[in-house]
Design a protein around this ligand. Structure first.
Ligand code: BTN
Length: 256
């Protein structure tokens, strides 16, 4: 498997202040795990990109699996100049960057893409990408997995997933998408450092969760209408008794 051309990687490092190095792997355990295990010594802005992960990590301890050639999977290590309490905002920030990048590869249908709080990208309401943010000491690792072309893949029974190629009907250039994703992360990360309050403002217009009837699989589960986000990026849900509950983490199911 060929990775991105070294000239593209160099051009991204030269162009984007966020990115200090890009490393390609035909196969790796997990790009997030690589960065987390060496977090104290790894330079800020280091990016790992892989074609295959043998122990890819999803949220809540789940696996993240993608067959060869079907996905763009990358992680970046950052040391945010934000108070630790604000770090959860970085997942929302990455969501905004991700949706804008993906809209560039399906320019005719921008409204088919939406964000599901807190970390999923949906295409026509079905998951096409996810974000896993992990932290270690003073570093944050943001991992992004985008299903680029799953048209020839048998999606396992019970798994609800789609890929960007279902929207275009044609091939997706993964390295062009890498360029878009890192470019938008660069812009959004800079904005988040300067104006953390703006992260939620920028996220809201693309968030399909808001206004939907949802079940948040928190402990205990919360069912109701998602009515907004707190300034910290937590989800506000109005339950049938008219009270408002704030959910800080957990999977959210859109009921309608
Ligand atoms: C989720 O939706 O559960 C988050 C999925 C995140 C997957 C990406 S793929 C690149 C990076 N490395 C990992 O091991 N996980 C993230």
């Amino acid at each position: 498997m060929h990775g991105p051309a070294s000239s593209l990687c160099q051009a991204l490092v030269d162009r984007l202040p966020l990115v200090s190095a890009i490393h390609w792997h035909d196969e790796v355990t997990s790009t997030n795990a690589l960065l987390i295990q060496d977090a104290t010594t790894t330079p800020t802005g280091t990016v790992h990109v892989a074609d295959v992960q043998t122990a890819g990590r999803g949220r809540r301890g789940r696996n993240w699996y993608a067959p060869p050639g079907t996905s763009l999977m990358l992680s970046i290590l950052l040391r945010p100049g934000l108070p630790r309490a604000s770090w959860p905002l970085l997942t929302l920030m990455a969501g905004s960057a991700l949706i804008q990048a993906c809209r560039l590869v399906i320019p005719d249908d921008p409204a088919r893409l939406a964000l599901k709080w807190p970390n999923d990208l949906l295409l026509d309401g079905v998951k096409a990408a996810g974000i896993l943010t992990e932290s270690s000491d003073n570093a944050v690792v943001m991992g992004i997995g985008i299903n680029t072309d799953w048209r020839s893949v048998q999606v396992p029974a019970g798994v609800q997933a789609t890929s960007l190629a279902h929207a275009t009907g044609g091939d997706i250039d993964r390295w062009q998408l890498l360029d878009h994703v890192l470019g938008h992360l660069d812009t959004h990360y800079l904005q988040a450092q300067a104006d953390p309050g703006g992260v939620v403002r920028r996220y809201i217009p693309d968030c399909a969760t808001l206004g939907s009837e949802v079940t948040a699989h928190a402990t205990p589960p919360v069912k109701g209408r998602a009515v907004g986000l707190t300034p910290d990026g937590h989800l506000r849900i109005r339950t049938s008794d008219g009270r408002e509950r704030v959910v800080t983490a957990g999977d959210v199911e859109h009921l309608r």
